[in-house]
Design a protein around this ligand. Structure first.
Ligand code: MG
Length: 255
């Protein structure tokens, strides 16, 4: 933990900083042994699952998707079931060149949406996905670090690639929005990290800052692009990174 005098030094002659944090793997983790992605990886390649989730479900593309459903009150809230159904339907429709490797013709045919097999796949995906979000917890020291930065009057922004229900569930469990009044969640925008529009958007909305920081656990998704744009970056919870407890010191010592 930081002593009070260390924090006094940070706030002295105050530099106006915007300090952005990635969420998953940086601040929080899930306690589940098996994820929905592990489960679906028996049927589709992981890269395809990750790309489909990011491009379709973690951006506002789901709003424009013909697979969307309204909740009857004109407000679109894609819950776990709708989201998983959209994912499976999209995965099934993608003609991957590797298809024959992971899905033979027989298996391909069973993923008809009208079949029991599809229903079972859907429900297990929903169960695992929901559990993964519900069993979220803070990574050791992460909460202390963000709370200390907040107490030092730093402007903190959560910058996360997430589904609509994902951020809702994590917020419900950990009350994230109390700590992060400013949240950039990809599901509300037509793009996600590592698209440079993410960090450009944040700069446009905080044009007076002297310094912009991005802290994340993924060198490609979180770090490479803002670093190339002149942001200060810290890689954490990664073999080549630093423990998150080092973040306040690094920010403090930076010019
Ligand atoms: Mg992450």
């Amino acid at each position: 933990m930081m002593t009070e005098s260390e924090w006094d030094n940070i706030t002295e002659g105050k530099m106006r900083r915007v300090i952005c944090f990635d969420l998953w793997g940086t601040l929080v983790m899930s306690l589940v042994q098996r994820t929905y992605e592990d489960y679906l990886a028996d049927y589709w390649p992981r890269e395809l699952i990750q790309k489909t989730v990011r491009d379709l479900l973690m951006t506002d593309a789901w709003i424009r998707s013909p697979l969307r459903q309204h909740d009857g009150q004109g407000i679109l809230r894609p819950d776990h079931l709708r989201t998983a159904a959209m994912l499976l339907t999209r995965l099934r429709s993608i003609q991957s060149p590797e298809k024959t490797v992971f899905l033979n013709d027989h298996n391909w045919n069973v993923f008809d949406r009208t079949t029991t097999e599809f229903a079972e796949l859907l429900l297990e995906t929903v169960r695992l996905w929901k559990r993964e979000n519900e069993l979220v917890k803070w990574i050791p020291m992460a909460r202390e670090v963000v709370e200390a930065l907040k107490a030092a009057d730093e402007k903190l922004v959560l910058v996360t690639n997430t589904t609509d229900f994902g951020i809702g569930e994590v917020d419900r469990v950990l009350r994230l929005r109390e700590i992060f009044p400013h949240t950039w969640a990809s599901c509300a925008y037509p793009f996600a990290k590592p698209d440079r529009r993410v960090w450009r958007f944040i700069m446009e909305h905080s044009p007076d800052a002297d310094q912009y920081w991005m802290i994340g656990n993924d060198p490609i998704t979180d770090i490479a692009v803002p670093a190339a744009m002149g942001w200060k970056t810290i890689l954490v919870n990664h073999p080549e990174g630093v423990p998150i407890s080092e973040v306040p010191r690094i920010i403090k010592e930076s010019k």
